[in-house]
Design a protein around this ligand. Structure first.
Ligand code: IPD
Ligand code: CA
Length: 274
């Protein structure tokens, strides 16, 4: 059974391979980066995105794992003889814009599940590729940052809280009014530009919540971060306080509020308009 594998070791090998593979690409970022066409998630692919994807696929194959890949770049691919045993949902580089511009906030995200649904993810890794900091979780085994167990924040007061909010959208005129009350009452709002990692910041208590209700974030960006938040002890629901269990698919988007504790979660949900 794939669930019995040492996923912390396998995912760490994946991340090490991604880091080694992208090193030469990072040195050429001052040169124009060719577009390699549209990826499965709908964005333009850059050589570094595909290089990171290949590093993850190669590492899993080296471990002899059969799997179905669900990637923001190549979409659906099958590897090995029994690919339906294990789904691997990846965003090889989350925060490509940051990376290409030298902004130090981008990540690699890998989620392992038995079925292609976000609530089925049982092992996850998100690596901050700039700072080489790794967040991992396994179902019922907790969440870790570089091997140390993490817990989310207990801050519940919006005046003290730091809340991540993604408002990147051409439809901002529709979305912003839903968030006006929350924005008005929140003193410290942030958006760093790599939502997989921003979920880990909630898991680790660096921020107190993260809100993305644009209807735009792909499951490939969120799959690993969801498990990491939940295993750390945080909460993730939709704006109606319902659990989110969407299909893992590069074209599938999702809305969510992720919080460090129930008190701030309820406060936020009470202020977000549906
Ligand atoms: C993007 C980042 C960004 C979010 C975008 C995502 P990508 O991921 O997570 O913060 O605003 O919606 O697409 O495209 O760099 O993998
Ligand atoms: Ca990406």
């Amino acid at each position: 059974m794939n669930t019995q594998l040492d996923w912390f070791k396998i995912l760490t090998d994946c991340k090490n391979n991604v880091e080694d593979t992208i090193k030469p690409h990072l040195k050429t970022l001052n040169e124009p980066q060719p577009d390699l066409g549209e990826g499965a998630g709908g964005d333009a692919m850059k050589p570094i995105d595909l290089a990171a994807e290949k590093a993850i696929v190669n590492t899993l194959q080296d471990h002899g794992i059969s799997f179905s890949l669900i990637s923001e770049e190549s979409g659906f691919e099958k590897y090995g003889n029994t690919p339906e045993e294990c789904y691997v949902t990846i965003d090889p580089i989350d925060g490509t814009t940051n990376l290409l511009r030298g902004l130090p906030f981008y990540a690699s995200s890998i989620a392992i599940s038995r079925k292609p649904f976000i609530a089925e993810v049982y092992a996850a890794l998100v690596t901050d590729l700039y700072h080489d900091i790794t967040y991992m979780a396994q179902k019922n085994k907790g969440a870790y940052r570089d091997g140390e167990r993490i817990k989310p924040s207990q801050i519940s007061n919006l005046q003290e809280a730091v809340i991540g909010m993604d408002l990147n959208s051409y439809k901002v005129a529709e979305i912003a009014p839903k968030l006006t009350d929350l924005i008005q009452q929140t003193r410290h709002i942030r958006h760093y530009g790599a939502n997989a990692l921003e979920l880990c910041y909630v898991a680790n208590g660096l921020t107190d919540a993260f809100v993305d209700i644009r209807g735009k974030l792909r499951t490939t960006d969120a799959a690993a971060g969801f498990l990491i938040v939940k295993e750390a002890g945080g909460l993730i629901t939709d704006i109606n306080n319902q659990s989110v269990n969407v299909k893992l698919d590069p074209r599938q988007s999702l809305n969510f509020v992720a919080s460090g504790n129930a008190k701030i979660h309820n406060t936020i949900l009470g202020l977000v308009k549906s």
